[in-house]
Design a protein around this ligand. Sequence first.
Ligand code: HEM
Length: 491
Amino acid sequence: MELLLTLFLCVLACLFGGLCILGFFRQRRPGEPPLDKGWIPWLGHVLEFRRETAKFLQRMTQKHADVFTIQLGGFYVTFLQDPLSFGAFVKESREKLIFGYKGTGNEHSILDAASQKHLKGHGLQIMTETMMNKLQNLMLHHLGSCANQNSWKEDGLFNYCYNIVFRAGYLALYGNATAQTEGDEEKARAKDRTESEVLFHEFRKYDQLFPNLAYGVLTPKGKREANRLLSFFWGTLSMERMKSKENNSGWIWDMSHNRGEGVQESMIDRHMFVLLWASQGNTGPSSFWLLFYLMKHPDAMEAVRNEVLKGTIHNLFEFNLTHEMLMKTPVLDSAVEEVLRLVAAPLLTRSVLQDMTLKMADGREFLIRKGDRMAVFPYIAVHIDPEIHPDPFTFKYDRFLTPEGTKKTDFYKGGKRVRYYTMPWGSGVSMCPGRFFATNELKQFVFLMLVYFDFELMNPDEKIPHTDHQRWGFGTMQPDREVQFRYRLRY
Ligand code: HEM
């Protein structure tokens, strides 16, 4: 009897301890932001958050204003929704972190150094030239062989854009087959096309599993498929395979070779897939939205076309888009920024490494507990705030242009200037290091489409597709359906 009682008390103590650890009894302390634990013990708001992230956060912001803590599974996450106060979240340096970020310090210093060298300045120029070469290989190779080169070709716009931009970006970063091993230049280019096509199809399968994978709700079949795909990518991107390629970008080369002592090759192979994911998962979908919105807005298309084609092109196949030409496109830059405002919806999170005081721009202060998370969801907080961006759901290609035709950077809320008026690339220590290259990729793609092709939507009254609600928080949104278009060579 005594033994039973002891056992019972032990189970009770464990249960109580477990519930304490999971934050079941957590109460709001004085000075802390409003606490909303939801109705379901432990899970808190996780189901609503996952089902309709944007609408849910909009509701929470209406209920609790610009700072609130919610329970999401085992975590307490404080959302900061006042863009005027983003500075505290953004300005954290890697050396003096209050907010921690995933990954080791060493990984990040390698990433910082490689990105500084190869994704900016002269390195970026080289990357951009390589990208141009790959885009031309993929976009034009079949045209010479077509019986009727001027006939229309139909395709799904999302598939077309994602496919081309993914494959060209992959080849530019990870290198191409060599004429030496394949026999000649054309065979090497053909091999690149075939191999990158297979890679894209496998990538899309992983891409589609990703939201459920990230939330840990994949079915056993889905898990097996995700594991198969991971093995495929680790093999295809492995150091071993890379040795047979030439022109790997300096960025990938540095990331794979500057790893320091004792890092196993298999870990590097895995990291290569993480980089593929980060570099290719957003650019393709963004290129779709850019082309789609331009097609839906003839005035925007006309303005971009005029800007792009003003340097007359004498010979189509010798046309070369230089880095310098890409730097002089304020109208296209504004259109890119506007598209990303509408479709980039990353959730930026940090771990709180020590108890801290969050200082708001208006002087309010909130205590934040060590062990919690902090998050910013710029899509709701800034991108679609009608005060910062009037008529926020309308695509206005010149929203980021001044009347003089230069880049517009002054946006206001409550009479105060908003410094972080869009945040498609994240912020601070983990801000996307590929942002300049990604912007160039998008611009190059649109340039080439305009220079080489006539293209139009199959249905001129096509509605704007909804975004796939499962993907809130993961970067650029994807459309929930395909849109048909057709294209043909212009000359
Ligand atoms: C339209 C295209 C792209 C978008 C919208 C985008 C957006 C983002 C966002 C939101 C983050 C996370 C930032 C944070 O958590 O604070 C990120 C991280 C990252 N991105 Fe991009 N990105 C794009 C293209 C690229 C490209 C082309 C590359 C590489 C060539 C790249 C490399 C990376 C890497 C390595 C990280 C992780 C940074 C870190 O952990 O410190 N991205 N990106």
